[in-house]
Design a protein around this ligand. Sequence first.
Ligand code: XIL
Length: 456
Amino acid sequence: MASISARGGLLVAAATAAALLAPAVSGAIVARDCARPGAACTIAETARRAGVHFGAIASTGQSDAERALLAEHFTSVTAENAMKWGEIAPRVGNYGFADADEIAAFAETNGMRLRGHTLAWGVMQMPSDLASTVAAAADPAARMSELLGEHFGTMVGRYGARVAQWDVVNEPLEVAGTVLAKNVFLDALGPGYLGLSFALARALAPGASLYLNEYVLSWPSPKLAALRTLVGNLRAGGVPIDGVGIQGHFYPFFPLPDRATMEQELRAIADLGVEIEITELDVSSWHFRDDPDPLARQAAFFGDVVSACMAVPSCRGITTWGIQDGDSWLDHAPPFDLAAPNDPLLFDRDLEPKPAYAAVRDAIATRAVPFEDEAWGVFRRVGKLRRDGLLRGPSVRTARRVVRRAAQMLRAERFADACDRLARGVRAANEATGPAVAEAAEAITALRLGLRCDEA
Ligand code: XIL
């Protein structure tokens, strides 16, 4: 199992790292505040604390060591290929579930979220006879609707209970264009295939979050604007799209955007009223090839992408398209293979975290409020309730004193001591009088819950 080491510019000393990075033990008071930048926490611990997902892909070719990294450092899993239509059914109706089952079971065993990737993708990895089957039908449109219904039904029927989020449609737009890509679905059904796909998915998986997933070659771009228009129009027409997945492949040969542009583009999509995830993040090292410290530059760019997402409240998660640099699709997919090794991921070939790891973790931490700050917030709130005459009696003074003391202890990372003080704070709040007694007690209790005080 990899531990964070000083290698690659991380500041944590190797000797203490393993102990610090033991998985967040549930059933115990927190051991450290992962909301603090630089805290010796894994990305997974930090993401949980921040209430976001940070995932990576699973494939059946991964080693045990890679799977251990996946379980330890990530909170979400996407099957790299195993759930694509043509992978799970090389010919129409001819399903082999073993690989997808294995990945779904891995996610479940490790308490990880599963993204369903992907139900309707017209670009590649389709059953080899899908197009011919549809073309041979007397009514190709009806046959395609039927096949979509059968396929979605099969997938949601088998995995729906575990899949929190489906990429219902993948890559509907032309590669660098602004119109719908010509594909087997568009041929048979016209643009209505999008609405049909989402309607089918909603009926089958009413509780899942339904995503339209798209890749962009550059930011900003006419394609991003077209994506916004497409999603906006579909939603206005009642198509149940909950979220937009921005793949986030930062391919070689295409210019990298700056952080402000990324945030602006994500916000523009969020303004449609949808959730967003960055679903397939990788950053080719090609961009930094002439830099004296390519790893540091790559780390800074990863930090920019993640912090742009964290700055937009509707941006709920990020998935990297791979775990370690030795296993990235970019090295095999033309033309990106020309830049191999792309080394676009967070772990190197020795499965050691690269500088980008810490940059990502610290960017995620910005979404979470440090416990100390939360305690000062409670302190101020109780004070305001008292000033407003909503909380009265001598015990209010005690409540404020112990919360202030708890805040100081939290700064010193004396979590157990802080928990004791906060327990006194709850009692003191309950001994007060006035209409805000419950509100004050609940605010202190919420802080205790976050600290997992009662799980000692
Ligand atoms: C890629 C896989 O990583 C490769 O193993 C496979 O050969 C081709 O597909 N956009 C997507 C992903 O939505 O499904 C693609 O995954 C990468 C681009």
